[in-house]
Design a binder for this molecule. Structure first.
Ligand SMILES: NC(=O)c1ccc[n+]([C@@H]2O[C@H](COP(=O)([O-])OP(=O)(O)OC[C@H]3O[C@@H](n4cnc5c(N)ncnc54)[C@H](O)[C@@H]3O)[C@@H](O)[C@H]2O)c1
Length: 255
């Protein structure tokens, strides 16, 4: 077997369409020698149909990251397909509509709590659920949207992402002794289901395509996926708690 991830066994969450960032990660990972197990949420038959579009068929395990039974059973379910894991990809985000699109001042706590549970806390709970399968050299990789700034329309999802960025650093701190890394990819805007659910998302689109120094494609998930693969690989052995921007350079420029 050859490729950047030759022989690696990965758990990839977050596939819902073939535009999902996770779909590109799974596809590229297989093309680069990895064995992939997917998790799906909600519409399992849809995820299974999308999984058939991968170069190799990939098993799909049902995981709602807010469901403690799903998390408790995850390691055993994964073991039915692979004997261990070298990497976990967290590509999950959700916030109720009240939390997005300018609703920051009015969103109720129950909705904010849902956003934080699914988008922030789940990074830790997913990693812990799969930890029994991990060994030194393993990696956890998640997806963020640069949370160092307050963006128009992103609202509580921005707060959730700031928490995710912090959670990744704490995971790096707590799992470092076991030789396990935790890193995030900060992607620019991409047209996925999650993005389309944000009212006013087109404001990001215009800004990025006009101003990113390298230019930016809203429909090309591969650059973000490539960065995920790099962080899952053995080529970042001493990097943890890091955030790699894959945004055409947008974060580096003034407006
Ligand atoms: N699309 C963008 O512009 C962009 C930019 C930066 C970061 N991100 C992040 O990338 C990640 C993937 O999103 P995407 O853009 O590929 O969109 P997507 O809609 O394709 O993926 C989001 C996934 O989250 C899953 N999910 C939602 N609630 C869940 C739950 N309770 N349990 C388990 N899974 C659940 C959905 O099933 C879906 O597969 C998210 O963390 C998102 O915030 C997206």
């Amino acid at each position: 077997m050859s490729g950047l991830l030759a022989g690696k066994r990965l758990l990839v969450t977050g596939v819902i369409t073939d535009a999902s960032i996770a779909f590109s990660v799974a596809k590229l990972a297989q093309e680069n020698g990895a064995q992939v197990v997917l998790t799906g949420y909600g519409r399992l038959s849809l995820v299974e149909r999308i999984a058939k579009r991968l170069p190799e068929p990939a098993p799909v395990i049902e995981v709602d990251v807010t469901n403690t039974e799903h998390l408790a059973g995850l390691a055993d379910r994964v073991r039915e397909h692979v004997d261990g894991l070298d990497g976990i990809v967290h590509s999950i985000g959700f916030a109720p509509q009240s939390c997005l699109g300018g609703g920051f001042l009015d969103a109720p706590w129950e909705d904010v709590a849902t956003a934080l549970h699914v988008s922030t806390f789940s990074y830790k709970s997913l990693a812990m659920a799969a930890l029994p399968l991990m060994s030194p050299g393993g990696a956890v990789v998640g997806l963020t949207f640069d949370a160092t700034k307050a963006w128009p329309v992103y609202d509580w999802m921005g707060v959730a992402k700031a928490g995710l960025e912090s959670a990744s650093r704490y995971l790096a701190l707590h799992l470092g002794k076991q030789g396990i890394r935790s890193n995030l990819v900060a992607a620019g805007p991409l047209r996925t289901i999650a993005a389309k659910s944000i009212p006013g998302f087109d404001e990001f689109e215009g800004a990025w395509t006009e101003r990113a120094p390298l230019g930016w494609s809203l429909t090309d998930q591969e650059p973000a996926a490539r960065a995920c693969l790099a962080l899952l690989s053995d080529w970042f052995p001493a990097t943890t708690g890091e955030i790699v921007h894959v945004d055409g350079g947008y974060h580096a420029i003034g407006s």
